[in-house]
Design a protein around this ligand. Structure first.
Ligand code: HEC
Length: 258
């Protein structure tokens, strides 16, 4: 009985289940903004160009994304549909699952529901904390996903990240936190450090890009949320108008009684 209760608790509060898995990386916060169309559009651009070589989004169609986040069909076809696919096709890829398993050890999973599985915060931190590790298979490791089987496909943007800490320290102190000097306002002693001049983006630009990408993945996890927001506005407008009409009707009925 007790076991069932614990299982029930973990289903209701997924954070408990994650916490039970030992020390967790202290995440930087991420808050999705589904109203920010430009962010969602940039995020989709990054996903198609950087991730769809290996990951599909089988539950999402190009056309649905375009409609929801405001990308016209002609631009979508010209810039975001890279293969033979059409606008109404699902965002699948041609990589064979068995081949992929052979290359990477684990096949790159479909990412349609990733944001619902892991949460935006996890993805946002995961994408920013790849670091060089000569002992690892692809020469990279990750602060959030230890011994990850995914190569760092973002290194040319972020730059080469070196890790000065052990894995335990990384979990205890976080990657980029370090100690803040209250006098100068500068941080030092961060575990993860980007080697200057090795990436095409500044740290702020890179964080923004990963924000956009995570934002888009959050939208794909629950596309109807955007629609619900839009419909919600119309419902509220309707209610206001209807209340006014009902009020006029009430006045009309009561006029004879008074
Ligand atoms: C070269 C192929 C490749 C590319 C490109 C790639 N990935 Fe991956 N990815 C993988 C593999 C392989 C795994 C499985 C890693 C494992 O389980 O150890 C993975 C795992 C992941 C996971 C964790 C899945 C989970 O919950 O276990 C996320 C999130 C992810 N990738 C996001 C991305 C994003 C976002 C991009 C684009 C910036 C991207 N990937 C580009 C190969 C790739």
């Amino acid at each position: 009985m007790k076991k069932y209760l614990i299982a029930l608790l973990m289903v209701c509060f997924p954070a408990l289940a994650i916490a039970a898995g030992g020390a967790a990386y202290p995440m930087d916060t991420f808050k999705a903004d589904l109203k920010n169309q430009e962010s969602l559009q940039r995020g989709m651009g990054l996903f198609v160009n950087r991730c769809m070589g290996c990951h599909s989004m089988e539950y999402q169609r190009f056309a649905r994304s375009g409609e929801d986040i405001g990308i016209p069909d002609d631009l979508m076809e010209e810039y975001l549909i890279l293969g033979e696919q059409g606008i109404n096709d699902q965002m699948t890829i041609s990589m064979d699952k068995d081949d992929a398993e052979g290359w990477f050890g684990a096949p790159p999973p479909d990412l349609s529901l990733e944001a619902r599985l892991r949460g935006g915060e996890w993805i946002y931190n995961y994408l920013r904390t790849f670091y060089r590790d000569d002992a690892a298979r692809f020469g990279v490791n990750n602060a959030v996903f230890a011994d990850v089987g995914m190569p760092n496909v973002l290194e040319d943007l972020q730059g080469v990240v070196v890790n000065h800490c052990t894995h335990e320290e990384l979990l205890a102190r976080g990657g980029f936190t370090g100690t803040l000097d209250p006098l100068t306002g500068t941080r030092s002693g961060q575990c993860l450090q980007v080697q200057a001049g090795t990436g095409s983006m500044t740290p702020v630009e890179f964080d923004q890009a990963m924000y956009d990408l995570t934002n888009y993945m959050t939208y794909v996890g629950e596309p109807s949320k955007l629609q619900a927001h839009r419909i919600g506005t119309y419902v509220l407008i309707f209610l206001v108008i209807f209340t006014f009409v009902a009020y006029l009707l009430k006045r009309e009925y009561w006029r004879d009684i008074h």
